[in-house]
Design a protein around this ligand. Structure first.
Ligand code: SAJ
Length: 424
């Protein structure tokens, strides 16, 4: 069986490495962080993902998966390192470059290099190929190179790694074919081959499509508030149309993908990315909009306290990276507004977390920022007893507003205007 070297043992690298090991490949997982390497070699994990711990344990126990800080010769090298962006919103390709330079001296004739990290257009052509060329490696003659972007959704990684369709972009036809043969061993979805730049753009546009559509939904939310109607109802009814798929508004776009990837296109073609740039700006401005609404809601209350519910970048996950809650809480703090925070999914956060009772105690307004399932089961009567004022501001439209109203709450929702503006 072929030997695989997976560079980067994060959210994509570790599930991929352990899944390949349980499919019979000999896998070396490489990470620059020696603590992570130790945890994995001991059968543990350093990230949360359903089913991953069991998979890693099985892979390590079978002897098919090992972790190390340095790569070794292999038949296939998979690069799954982060591609963050800088303060100037430029792609930081340093991890990709250093992974490539690390494996280049090990590459032997016929080896395949696969880039899984989300990357700006032409990364394979303009960054990877020249790096390998500087080690006297010629694509087609000495090695093959393909981009196969990961597309899994956190929380469903193990299932989606196998079931999702994959787009494979080769630097040449043979590279695409070689990579497709490899993925066919464990992917149950369809495999589509194309060139590497197309594959890079496919991945970026999937996430940009969502970002642009979320911006549209956020704009709709603001308009509906002015019109005195309910954006969520507009979305539900418009989506009955067979060719319409309006997305949903919210306090902003978080995570390390949708809020980041559009910048990879903007960076390369600033003059041709007006919609993409504007959408980024609209979504990035949502936390400010939410802060302004909170201030308005509590403006009559003396020394108000906000109960913040949910700080992850979306519901039912534990990930707070780029979460709009960070900006919103930062804004409350800056404005000198008191707050306490509850999130049943998060253990560590930039700001102090409290338990449920402590969070609601003496609070004047509960603000939902993430649509965790747990919040649907909060009982307004119990919650209301703890609070000073019974006010709810729901930015994700995720609890039963009528029920909360019937139980004494004044309810505000992002995207829902006051009925005073509408006689229906
Ligand atoms: N959001 C909205 N309104 C919506 C949908 C999402 O405000 O209608 C917000 C969420 O609350 C969240 C952010 O957008 O803050 C992003 O959430 P998401 O579920 O759209 O995306 P991610 O970042 O969790 O995962 C995405 C996925 N891409 C697509 O669905 C096209 C995933 O398949 C990718 O693998 C991942 O990005 C990635 O790694 O690129």
């Amino acid at each position: 069986m072929e030997k695989i070297c997976v560079m980067g043992l994060g959210y994509i690298g570790l599930p991929t490495a352990s899944m390949l090991a349980t499919h019979g490949f000999d896998v070396l997982g490489v990470d620059i962080n020696s603590e992570i390497v130790k945890i994995i070699n001991d059968g543990g994990i350093h990230i949360e993902e359903p089913g991953l711990h069991t998979l890693v344990q099985a892979a390590i126990k079978s002897g098919k998966l090992k972790a190390a800080t340095e790569p070794e010769p292999a038949d296939i090298f998979i690069i799954a390192v982060p591609t963050p962006f800088t303060k100037e919103k430029k792609a930081d390709l340093s991890y990709i470059k250093s992974a490539a330079k690390n494996i280049a001296p090990l590459i032997c004739k016929g080896n395949l290099v696969i880039l899984e990290s989300t990357s700006p257009p032409r990364t394979c052509k303009d960054i990877l190929e020249p790096i390998f060329k500087s080690f006297d490696l010629k694509v087609g003659r000495d090695y093959y190179l393909a981009h196969c972007p990961e597309r899994v959704l956190a929380g469903y990684t193990l299932r989606e790694l196998i079931q999702n369709d994959r787009v494979i972009g080769g630097i040449d036809k043979e590279s695409a074919e070689k990579a497709a043969q490899f993925y066919k061993v464990f992917v149950e979805g369809n495999i589509y081959t194309t060139d590497s730049t197309t594959a890079e753009m496919v991945k970026l546009m999937e996430n940009t499509y969502r970002d642009v559509n979320i911006a549209l939904a956020n704009e709709l939310a603001k308009i509906c508030e002015k019109l005195g109607i309910d954006a969520w109802e507009v979305i539900r009814l418009a989506n009955l149309h067979p060719r319409v798929n309006l997305h949903t508004p919210g306090p902003g776009v978080g995570g390390h993908c949708i809020a980041v990837d559009p910048w990879f296109i903007i960076e390369k073609y600033p003059a041709d990315t007006e919609i993409i740039t504007l959408s980024r700006k609209i979504n990035d401005s949502m936390p400010e909009y939410v802060i302004a609404r909170i201030k308005k809601i509590v403006e009559e209350i003396d020394n108000p306290k906000i109960a913040v519910l949910g700080v992850t970048y979306k519901g039912n996950i534990d990930d707070t990276r780029e979460s709009p809650a960070l900006k919103i809480i930062g804004g409350l703090e800056k404005a000198g507004i008191k707050y306490s925070i509850y999130d049943p999914h998060v253990r560590e956060f930039k700001y102090e977390l409290s338990c449920l009772t402590e969070t609601f105690k003496e609070a004047d307004c509960a603000v939902i920022l993430a649509n965790h399932d747990e919040f649907r089961f909060l009982h307004p009567v119990e919650i209301g007893k703890l609070m000073r004022h019974q006010i709810l501001f729901d930015t994700k439209c995720c609890v039963d507003h009528n029920f909360w109203k019937q139980n004494g709450f004044k309810v505000y929702c992002l995207g829902v205007g006051s009925k005073n503006n509408n006689n229906f």
